[in-house]
Design a protein around this ligand. Structure first.
Ligand code: NAD
Length: 486
């Protein structure tokens, strides 16, 4: 296999535009450069915004069912190329190919189909009221050029979760995918060309956050920014966009708790918490990283959880056998490992994984960014590993005694994205769900998603929600029209 497989170009006004300045993009599974991507800046972003602006009147003026047809065609073409996209996503991001095949690419197809099929039935619903000789009604209008910024953990999945609602609502788009995972977004541009998608409606500019991202979010002709990424970047974007009164959606970090009561189905719980802690190498914003276990089952839980974690196969993302591939980048791997050191400094015990279990890798993957699933106990709730987002295969387990106590402790976090509760008592499940300060609570399950339901976080995890209704409201403005009729 050649080392350099991909040369990514910007996609502006329907054509691929090479960029003289490029960045190396590494394949996490091998540690080798496998793609060159544009190092875009203001010039490229300005060209993309101008193209999106030119395309806006025609695209927003199309009947919504026509826009839906365009999106459905892209979904069909993408689905036909599932295998190729899954391999590219895996090589670019580090996740196992089977996971990209089962989750990332099918979800990208679903995003396109879901919004194309649901929004047309709801968008023009008018709130009609007649009163004293007037009729009032509302219309929802697209906002204009939408700036979309997405992260590296679920590259195509999260990009299309923004792209589909923005487009079906009639906006045109300039997207800036993560500089660490640009390849499938670029491949999607080729699909857009194959689908005869109207030129300029979707523009993709590749490059770093401080350069291309900053130029996009601060552009005066981009009235709406949808961001998914870290809380630090989200905070910065909020500061940049606030004085310009842009519409802003922020989906940011998490420090998600699982609360395990002693009456739960322990085997089902342990199996799901294995997934919620370690799938995608623990790099899903919804991953569990603090597990509170009720004292009577604490030791039994730990034994089962450590056993199941030790059985996890880590290695070549092309292998069907591995559950975990590589972390996304070398600096990120180093950051995650540093947290295991912090845990030891803070008095914790590492029960399995980093520093405890051997990591045996195939020859081709020895330079890749791998680590074993790591479980830590004995930490104080206010320690670094219990408070800061690690975003890797590291989870902390601590005991608790009462419901009242665990509510306070689980809520002792700056973040508030999601939580899971494990119990067979409906009363406990109900009370916990209402008391946890997060955007989503799963009871006896995790990551079961219905795109009709609002998704998002509270506190440092985000502002705004994504989903059928919320995305429709975000990507449009409501206008009230009042007409005198008598
Ligand atoms: P990041 O904040 O480093 O980067 C996210 C995106 O922002 C990238 O495209 C990056 O280039 C861009 N960016 C960086 N600086 C910018 C700037 N000054 N202006 C404009 N854009 C800029 O995040 P990441 O490391 O790519 O992703 C991991 C983070 O994303 C984690 O914190 C994770 O929890 C979070 N995340 C949240 C959700 C959610 O739905 N809440 C989903 C996935 C990931």
């Amino acid at each position: 296999m050649m080392d350099l497989e991909m040369v990514v170009e910007n996609f502006i006004a329907g054509v691929m535009v090479p960029c003289k300045r490029t960045l190396d993009s590494y394949e996490p599974g091998t540690g080798k450069v496998w793609a060159k991507i544009p190092d875009s800046g203001t010039l490229e972003v300005n060209a993309a915004v101008a193209a999106a602006k030119r395309a806006f009147p025609e695209w927003s003026g199309l009947p919504i069912q026509e826009r839906a047809k365009h999106l459905l065609k892209v979904a069909d073409l993408l689905e036909k190329r599932l295998e190729e996209f899954a391999v590219a996503e895996s090589r670019d991001q580090g996740k196992p190919v089977w996971l990209a095949k089962a989750m990332d690419i099918p979800r990208a197809v679903l995003n396109l189909r879901h919004f194309a099929q649901t929004v047309p039935n709801n968008l023009n619903t008018s709130n009609v009221r007649t009163d004293a000789g007037v009729v009032n009604y509302t219309v929802r209008e697209p906002v204009g050029v939408a700036g979309l910024i997405s992260p590296w953990n679920l590259p195509l999945y999260l990009l299309t979760f923004k792209l589909a609602p923005a487009l079906i609502c009639g906006n045109t788009v300039v997207a800036k995918p993560s500089e660490l995972t640009s390849v499938t977004a670029y491949m999607l541009c080729k699909v857009l060309q194959d689908a005869d998608f109207p030129a300029g409606v979707v523009n993709m500019v590749f490059g770093t956050g401080p350069s291309a991202g900053e130029a996009l979010v601060s552009h005066p002709e981009v009235p709406l920014v949808s961001f998914t990424g870290s809380t630090a970047t989200g905070k910065h974007i909020a500061q940049v966009t606030a004085p310009m009164f842009k519409k802003l959606s922020l989906e940011m970090g998490g420090k998600n708790a699982a609360v395990v009561f002693s009456d739960c189905d322990l085997d089902a719980c342990v199996n799901t918490l294995k997934r919620s802690s370690f799938v995608n190498q623990g790099q899903v914003c919804l991953c569990t990283s603090r597990i509170f276990v009720q004292r009577p089952i604490y030791e039994t839980f730990l034994e089962k959880f450590v056993d199941i974690a030790k059985e996890i196969k880590v290695g070549c993302p092309f292998s069907q056998e591995v559950f975990m591939g590589a972390l996304n980048s070398k600096p990120h791997l180093e950051k995650v490992k540093k947290y295991v050191k912090y845990a030891v400094e803070d008095g914790g015990s590492v029960l399995c994984g980093e520093g405890v279990d051997l990591l045996i890798l195939p020859e081709d993957n020895k330079q890749g960014y791998f680590m074993r699933p790591t479980i830590i106990t004995g930490l104080d709730d206010n320690s670094r590993c219990m408070q800061e987002e690690i975003f890797g295969p590291v989870t902390c387990v601590v005991p608790f005694d009462t419901e009242e106590e665990v509510v306070k402790r689980a809520n002792n976090s700056n973040f508030g994205l999601c939580a899971s509760v494990w119990t067979s008592n409906v009363g406990i499940a109900h009370r916990m769900a209402h008391k946890l300060k997060v955007g989503t609570v799963w009871t006896n399950c995790w990551l079961v998603r219905d795109l009709n339901m609002p998704f998002g976080g509270v506190k440092a995890s985000g502002i705004g929600r994504e989903g059928t209704q919320d995305s429709m409201e975000f990507y449009t403005e409501a206008k009230t029209i009042c007409t005198k009729i008598a």
